[in-house]
Ligand binder design. Sequence first.
Ligand code: ADE
Ligand code: ZN
Length: 328
Amino acid sequence: MSYSSLPKVELHLHLEGAAPPAFIASLAREKSIDIDRIFDGQGGYVRGDFDWFLKAYDAACTVLQRPEDFRRLMLAVLEQSAEQGVVYTEFFLSPDFCGGGDLSAWRDYLDAMVAASDEAERSFGIASRGIVTCLRHLGPEAAKPVARCAAETAGRFVTGFGLAGAEMMHRPGDFAWAYDAAREAGLGLTAHAGEWGGPDMVRETVDHLGCTRIGHGINAVSDHALCDHLIEKGVTLEVCPVSNLVLGAVKDWKSHPIEELRARGLRVTVSTDDPPWFGTSMTHEYEMLERYFGWEEERLRQSNRIAAEAAFCDEDTRAQILQKLEAA
Ligand code: ADE
Ligand code: ZN
């Protein structure tokens, strides 16, 4: 069936990674920046392995240079998400791409993004929040100014702190200073782990950084004691199945552990990660889950309730989201 009208909650979406290729291409033309190599000539991004993806992603971001670029981008992405039936979304936002970690520049970028979020809520009925995110491959020292940006702007829109990028560079515990600062500022905590790394990376992310959510986390499946630990702690997994397939984190649909994780009792949610890079959308993810794992409407509704419960938002907003999920 088509799931486009099912109300959805998306917890794991990189703002820059959600930029339509045409949006990036038009800014590149406007600014005379040559990034032709990242486009496939058919309106998409060139696909490759994770190394290629991170490099191409960086290249795409070079055209996003002003707060206004981010305002337009966020508004365009939220309009598309609303068309997919998404009622609430959380964005990973990177001060490294928005002024290089400088707090005053970050505030200008953030103002522009909050304006887009507010406009999208008024115009399309979709609510959104921001997770300020540091990039692992830039190292723990570079994460400190990012954590300061997060802590200083924590509030109505910035409600979370995250860690993305090349998982195998640095240990989760190396980012403890940044996570302590974010926790003290009252931010919800998540980090990519167990996408490329093993169960040890997931365990360290929960136990040393205090994350209540894990980006991906799929490799936890091989360690049953860890699975029990995640269940006991109520940790929520932000699983992005098509991303895992396209980047090669799993070899085929049959090997994707999402159903095993769910059946074991873990709190599993579904997101798109960087949709145009992987040719996906929320509706497409649901269709694939139905096709390969027999997930039907009630199971998808359940994953959305779990996502709403794990959302980094205030309780009034959570109640509104849950109401929208139940109403439809
Ligand atoms: N940044 C954008 N997408 C990512 C992914 N799948 N893993 C790590 N960092 C990312
Ligand atoms: Zn991600």
